[in-house]
Design a binder for this molecule. Structure first.
Ligand code: HPA
Ligand code: ZN
Length: 319
């Protein structure tokens, strides 16, 4: 099955760190890793929930140190995305995961930007999104935002990720207000493991333009009606949701129901190195295991350009 040309709007660059790259980078910088080989690391990708994934995801960032490491990571993702027919990617990174390890923010963004320049040569345009960790204090997120602004980091927007349950988004309202005042675009994870009310929270309290995951919105008919009326993009990640047990199976995924309700649903891979597939694999799984047909997949791909932060004329050209 051919994946239609699409944009990828929900992708964590740290989540594209394939087991082979973890081992190669670990060897290059000479740090001991607790894995015998890539297969041993692959065997540990059996997650029970979001936190069990996040523990491994943050641990593996230990191999990312220099601008060159970040450039190679981003370039490898964009090369793979090109194969998946991705024409444009809006890529999140977690500045705090690297700052906490003493990596200067300039080193991270310089490397990511270099990788993005290589991707552009392959015909994949990209934007960078700095995601704040919702299980860390909001004051720390504000400091990181100020540091990114001081460094002139080439970010298009900000997001909010990490552990959802027990970590409300509301304390981050000032951070998002400040980002908006700087002309940055706004998105946030919500309704992945947490309830539909978390989706309402990020819309009303953070003022986000789109919602990452947002699948639990399907539990609340009034919220579904609002998402349809306001055409709020949802960046849905089917394989991620199954791997982290947010849904039981692709066949039981609420995406077809949300699409049928005319919500602006999109398909994305989230952390492809960890969840068993890139965006083309996500489209293929939906085609194989749900009643969605070729026209539905084409509509999902069109939605991905509509929901992107590209200028409308450019989005229409790509769609
Ligand atoms: N959810 C929350 N935080 C994350 C994710 C996710 O799927 N991936 C990377 N950080
Ligand atoms: Zn995510």
């Amino acid at each position: 099955m051919d994946t239609p040309p699409c944009a990828e709007l929900h992708l964590h660059v740290e989540g594209t760190l394939e087991p082979e790259m973890v081992l190669a980078l670990g060897e290059r910088i000479g740090i001991p890793l607790p894995y015998a080989d890539a297969e041993d690391l692959r065997a540990r990708l059996a997650f029970t929930d979001l936190q069990s994934f996040l523990d491994l995801y943050y641990a593996n960032t230990a191999v990312l140190r220099t601008a060159q490491d970040f450039a190679e990571l981003m370039a490898a993702y964009l090369r793979r995305a090109a194969v998946a027919h991705v024409r444009h990617a809006e890529v999140m990174f977690d500045p705090q995961a690297h700052l906490a390890r003493g990596i200067p923010i300039e080193e991270v963004v310089e490397g990511l930007a270099a990788g993005m320049a290589l991707g552009a040569e392959l015909g994949v345009s990209s934007l960078l999104v700095a995601a704040f960790l919702r299980d860390r204090p909001a004051g720390e997120a504000m400091e990181v935002l100020e540091a990114l602004l001081r460094a002139g980091a080439p970010i298009a927007g900000v997001g909010l990720d990490s552990a959802e349950v027990g970590h409300p988004a509301a304390p981050f309202a000032d951070v998002f207000l400040r980002a908006r005042a700087e002309g940055l675009r706004l998105t946030a994870h919500a309704g992945e493991e947490g309830p539909a009310s978390n989706v309402t929270e990020v819309l009303d309290v953070l003022g986000v333009e789109r919602v990452d995951h947002g699948i639990r919105a399907a539990d609340d008919p009034d919220l579904v009606a609002r998402l349809r009326e306001e055409q709020v993009p949802l960046t849905v990640c089917p394989l991620s949701n199954v791997r982290l047990r947010a849904v039981g199976s692709i066949a039981a995924h609420p995406l077809p129901q949300l699409l049928a309700a005319d919500v602006l649903v999109t398909v994305n891979s989230d952390d492809p190195a960890y969840f068993g597939g890139y965006v083309d694999d996500n489209y293929a799984a939906l085609r194989a295991e749900t009643a969605l047909g070729r026209d539905d997949l084409a509509r999902l791909a069109t939605n991905s350009f509509t929901g992107s932060w590209l200028p409308a004329a450019r989005a229409a050209e790509l769609a």
